[in-house]
Design a protein around this ligand. Structure first.
Ligand SMILES: NC(=O)c1ccc[n+]([C@@H]2O[C@H](COP(=O)([O-])OP(=O)(O)OC[C@H]3O[C@@H](n4cnc5c(N)ncnc54)[C@H](O)[C@@H]3O)[C@@H](O)[C@H]2O)c1
Length: 256
């Protein structure tokens, strides 16, 4: 990671929040932010003792992002322990493969509660505190190319990620005068995390999927993490309300 003109790492002294930080993309992002100099707090629905690797540098709290009180308590706790957060990565997510006609109300509601409401609640709570303290900052939503192209086999997820994009844009408009830039990174198919688990279910699916991507390559969690860090860099002073679509050309072709 490049050092700034002062010789310090670019995000030196900043406090970052990463939801879903025990997942593949969340963990890679937390590590990349840490390497860039940020003090990183992660939260996850999963307890840290589930055997997932967790670096001791990270402040961890068990949080369900769909629970507003838990989100409020988490941000307050991080502020008390590490200082006021100025970087926020709304990353927690889940997907339940189900076509539009099979989707149950419970799956619909939980998918929207975590992927859309949970991300919004975290961004809102962190932004309220930044505005109150007159601090500038960066908010990054981890969306998905599935929010840009209809995916009938994961309808609720596709709808949640499309909604996330509009939430991001509304926040970007409202927060721009306060110097808080809000953007989305929309990965295509990552060889890890949610799609890694789906691809592992069927033999040969990973390779078949890879061949359908125009660049013929699956994303790595670290590719997404680098994208998040670049949106958080202090030299990004103008980009807000934007989507970094990192899908290897997939959305140019429609659903796979
Ligand atoms: N893997 C992909 O191909 C891919 C593609 C596009 C977008 N994404 C997005 O990347 C983000 C991270 O997903 P991933 O692929 O690393 O999957 P992952 O399953 O490895 O990580 C997701 C994490 O979110 C956590 N989580 C789930 N529900 C939660 C809740 N209610 N509160 C707090 N944490 C909760 C899980 O415990 C998990 O640790 C998600 O937003 C996902 O939609 C992933």
């Amino acid at each position: 990671m490049e050092a700034s003109e002062t010789g310090n790492p670019p995000l030196d002294g900043q406090v970052a929040l990463v939801s879903g930080g025990l997942g593949d993309i969340g963990r890679a992002t937390a590590l990349a932010l840490h390497r860039a100099g940020a003090r990183v707090a992660v939260s996850d629905l999963a307890p840290v003792r589930t055997g997932r690797r967790m670096s001791p540098e990270f402040h961890y709290t068990r949080v369900d992002v769909s629970d507003p009180e838990a989100v409020r308590d988490w941000v307050a706790r991080v502020e008390r322990d590490l200082g006021p957060p100025s970087l926020v990565v709304c990353n927690a997510g889940l997907v339940v493969p189900m076509g539009a006609l099979e989707t149950t109300q419970a799956v619909w509601e939980r998918t929207l509660a975590v992927n859309l409401t949970g991300a919004f609640l975290l961004a809102q709570e962190a932004a309220r505190r930044m505005v109150r303290r007159r601090r500038t900052g960066r908010i990054v939503f981890v969306g998905s190319w599935a929010g840009h192209v209809p995916h009938a086999q994961i309808t609720a997820y596709s709808v949640a990620k499309a909604g996330l994009r509009m939430a991001m844009k509304c926040l970007a408009v409202e927060l721009a005068p306060a110097g808080i830039l809000v953007n989305e990174i929309a990965p295509g198919i990552v060889d890890a995390g949610l799609s890694g688990k789906l691809m592992a279910r069927r033999r040969g699916l990973r390779e078949k999927t890879r061949r359908k991507i125009p660049v013929q390559r699956l994303l790595e969690a670290e590719d997404v993490a680098r994208g998040v860090v670049s949106l958080c860099q202090p030299e990004n002073r103008h980009m807000t309300g934007s989507v970094v679509l990192m899908d290897g050309g997939l959305s140019l072709k429609g659903p796979i």
